[in-house]
Design a protein around this ligand. Sequence first.
Ligand code: ZN
Length: 177
Amino acid sequence: MSLSVIENNIEGLAVPIVNSLNTYAEYKTQVIASPTANAILAFLEQSPKNVGILFIDKDFDSMYIPPFVLPDDVSFDGGIAVVNVLSPINIGGTDIPLGVSLMHELGHAKQFIEAPVDFENKYKEAMGQVKSNYPSELTRKKKGEKISQLIIENENVALHEAPICDDLGLPFRKRYD
Ligand SMILES: [Zn+2]
């Protein structure tokens, strides 16, 4: 099993909520009827990489932290899926169950594990750490938001988030933006 709920404080990250283990169990039951969600969980559980799951209620929004930006002493080589339990995805005015937020962030972990070099290139390009291969007018979607980050997000929405919402009879978005 290579999915671990983080219960201890990691320096630099928000403090985990006290009932993190119960929260994980609850969120998994919210998506258990989705074959797509089950496939993502099975992929990650069978992966040799260790993925951390961090439930928080302040300081940061939900996000996926890939291993190449984690401090050296943090041992999650599959990265950390961070879920802010007070910040659900809202689609067309409907708050989507937080189990879907968990699966969105775990979807990023799957993206990273499947194609780590490609993921790191897109991520670092988005963060402005490497020169973009895209023409400058295409590079920015909005101020501060670059197209390569959107590629990661749109792939994740198309392959993971939207099918899960559809499986569960929830409204879904086709693109991240
Ligand atoms: Zn995302």
